[in-house]
Ligand binder design. Sequence first.
Ligand SMILES: *Cc1c(COP(=O)(O)O)cnc(C)c1O
Length: 349
Amino acid sequence: MNEFESLLRPNIRKLVPYSSARDEYKGNEGIFLDANENPFENGFNRYPDPYQHQLKDRIAQIKKVHADQLLLGNGSDECIDILYRAFCRPGRDNVILLPPTYGMYKVAAEINDVETREVSLDENFLPVLDKILPVADANTKLIFVCSPNNPSGNVIPEKFIVDLYNNFSGIIVIDEAYVDFCPQFSFVGKADRFPRIIVLQTLSKAWGLAGLRLGILIAASGWITVFNKIKPPYNIGVRTQELVLEKLSDKEQHTDQVKAITVQRDRLRNELLQLGIVEKVYPSEANFLLVKFSQANEIFEFLIRNMVIVRNRSSVRGCENSLRITVGTKEENDQLIKLLHDYQVKTSK
Ligand SMILES: *Cc1c(COP(=O)(O)O)cnc(C)c1O
């Protein structure tokens, strides 16, 4: 890399990575007696490609970036952990989080013994630059920006991110787990202009592959070289690579499902707004709605008794009396609305 190498932990800068059998001989043909594998073919007796070349070529095509700008993880959660291990010296460095937001940033910080400094979003779930900048110091390595934000659903404005970039010298991580529902807001493809921005995406949401576990980190290729040294050599299994490649080929189904979910989200919002028990439906560009109710805990329990499970965020600061509702199929959403109607009738008597 690069002018920003000094942001990395010194031990990582110096790290000589594990060199796997597949690193030392890259051919596909031959008699492989180098990795202590079982020689009897069963489809899985060989180690997977440690750099997932075929899969990355396909993802690069879809995301319109170069394959060397991609790191694949066992879910985004593995990518988040790699970021901490690359940049944050345990017990010394710190990161800034903007709550209410995704809980894993903080847990991964605690696992890595990294201090978190929290600067709350405002009442519209927007970040306030003037409150964030004074909190950063020379040891602030990462700022996590989740956009669209979980659990609020709103996009963080581009202007904020650019201003933050120009006034903060560390790494900005933009978690775009839900960006397929609003692709116009993505920061992918801007690595030349913003080499200190690292984007996280996932196949767990819009692509419908939560069970396969595939997180995507997109960054300037110099960073990827470093992260490749940190990740476990064979972190994505043979079957996952095959299945994901297969699932990614149905671009049309993906587009249709995103469209259907978006239509249902807007319809669900309208129906919720008709209900007296609903105080507010926050604007969302994602596949969920944060909804403020008159009595969120009671409604949450009522829904569970009727076999509809939503996420109760009432105990999260800034989300008082709010439930996070994932957009389901039309039929599932019908059920939810009907139950909320029933609840309203029952409690207004
Ligand atoms: C769901 C979600 C993820 C996805 O994590 P995976 O480990 O890839 O399933 C990442 N970030 C946010 C904000 C999420 O809501």
